[in-house]
Design a protein around this ligand. Structure first.
Ligand code: ATP
Ligand code: BTN
Length: 285
C-alpha cells in the first residue's frame, strides 16, 4: 500500500543513498509502504520470488512487527524506522550472532551520524539508550528463497530487519513497553525532529560498510567497536531460564557471549537466547 506521500519518501530515500548495493536493487524493487504487517515478512516473500540483493522495504507503520522469539515489535505510525533489507552473501552463513552484532555497530554509527546520540549495544540484538530500548535487530533466513541468477533454491538470502524508535506516539504506550522503550527525539529533548528517510539512507550506508568487511572476513575490528559500545560486558547477567548466572566477560569471533559463572565453575559460552542484566538495585532487567 503506497500513496503519494510514500512515493515521495521513496524518491527522497533513493536520492539520499550513498551505497552501491544496499537499497540499490535493479529499478523498482524497493518499497516505501504506508502500512504492512512486518517489513521482514514482506521482504522474505519477495526473496522467495528471487528479489535482488539490496532490495529494501520501509514502512511507516507495522501492524504485526516482530522481535526475536516471535515477540511483538510495537510499530506505531510514523513513530520509528521500520526497515528490512536483503543481503545475499557469497560466503556461507553459519553464524547469525556475529552478523547481528555487526549490524548493531552499523545502527549505532547511523544514529550517531544523524542525531549525535550514542547508543549502547546489548547482546545480542538490542539498541539501548539510558538503560531503555531504542531499537532492535532481527536477522532471518527466509526458507526456500531463490537466487536471482540461477532461479534455483538458495539458502543464502538474509533478511535484515531493523527497528529504531524515533518519535513518541501520541497517547500512552502499550503497557509492555511503557517502562522499557525510549524514543530518540525524547532523548534529544530539545524539540529537534529526526528525518526518518535520512536515517534510513545512512543506515543503508553503514550496513554496506559492515557487509563489505563481513564478506572479506575482516570483521574483527567491528567486534572491537561492539565491545567498546557494549552495555553487556563487565556486567552481571543471568539467562532467561535462570540456569546460568555470572559476569559477561567478552564475545568470541562467532558473536557468542562468554560468561564467567558465579559459582566459579569456569567460563560458559552463550550462543543465543535471552539474558537479563543486573541493575544497581540488584534486580535484573
Ligand atoms: P532481551 O532484552 O533479552 O534482548 P527482549 O525482551 O528485548 O529480550 P526482543 O525479542 O529482543 O526481546 O524484543 C522484543 C521485546 O521488545 C518485546 O517483548 C517488548 O517487550 C519490547 N518492545 C516491543 N516493541 C518495542 C519498541 N517499539 N521499543 C522498545 N521495546 C519494544
Ligand atoms: C528485537 O529487538 O527483538 C528486534 C526488533 C526488530 C524490529 C524490526 S522493525 C523492521 C523489521 N520488521 C519486523 O517485523 N521486525 C524488524
Amino acid at each position: 500500500m503506497a500513496g503519494e506521500e510514500e512515493n515521495k519518501r521513496l524518491f527522497e530515500f533513493e536520492r539520499a543513498l550513498k551505497t552501491r548495493v544496499v537499497g540499490r536493487p535493479s529499478d523498482g524493487a524497493n518499497e516505501y509502504l504506508a502500512s504492512i504487517d512486518s517489513t521482514n515478512n514482506r521482504l522474505a516473500a519477495l526473496a522467495r520470488e528471487g528479489a535482488p540483493e539490496g532490495t529494501t522495504i520501509i514502512a511507516r507503520e507495522q501492524t504485526a512487527g516482530r522481535g526475536r522469539l516471535g515477540r511483538a515489535w510495537v510499530s506505531a505510525p510514523d513513530s520509528g524506522l521500520y526497515m528490512s533489507t536483503l543481503l545475499r552473501p557469497r560466503k556461507d552463513i553459519s553464524e547469525l550472532p556475529v552478523i547481528t552484532l555487526c549490524l548493531g555497530v552499523a545502527a549505532r554509527r547511523a544514529v550517531q551520524a544523524v542525531t549525535g546520540l550514542e547508543l549502547g549495544l546489548k547482546w545480542v540484538n538490542d539498541l539501548v539508550l539510558n538503560a531503555r530500548k531504542a531499537g532492535g535487530i532481527l536477522v532471518e533466513l527466509p526458507v526456500g528463497s531463490k537466487s536471482v541468477a540461477t532461479g534455483q533454491s538458495d539458502n543464502k538470502a538474509l533478511v535484515i530487519g531493523i527497528g529504531i524508535n524515533i518519535k513518541h506516539p501520541p497517547g500512552e504506550l502499550p503497557e509492555e513497553i511503557a517502562e522499557r522503550a525510549i524514543y530518540l527525539e525524547d532523548a534529544l529533548g530539545d524539540g529537534t525532529t529526526i528525518d526518518t528517510v535520512e536515517l534510513a539512507a545512512e543506515l543503508c550506508y553503514q550496513i554496506e560498510s559492515i557487509y563489505k568487511r563481513i564478506e572479506a572476513d575482516d570483521q574483527a575490528i567491528l567486534l572491537d567497536e561492539w565491545r567498546a559500545a557494549s552495555v553487556t560486558l563487565g556486567r552481571e547477567i543471568k539467562t532467561a531460564s535462570g540456569d546460568l548466572e555470572g559476569t559477561a566477560v567478552d564475545i568470541d569471533e562467532t558473536g557468542a557471549l562468554l560468561v564467567k559463572t558465579r559459582d566459579g565453575t569456569g567460563t560458559r559460552i552463550l550462543r543465543a537466547g535471552e539474558i537479563s542484566i543486573r541493575s544497581q538495585d540488584g534486580s535484573y532487567s
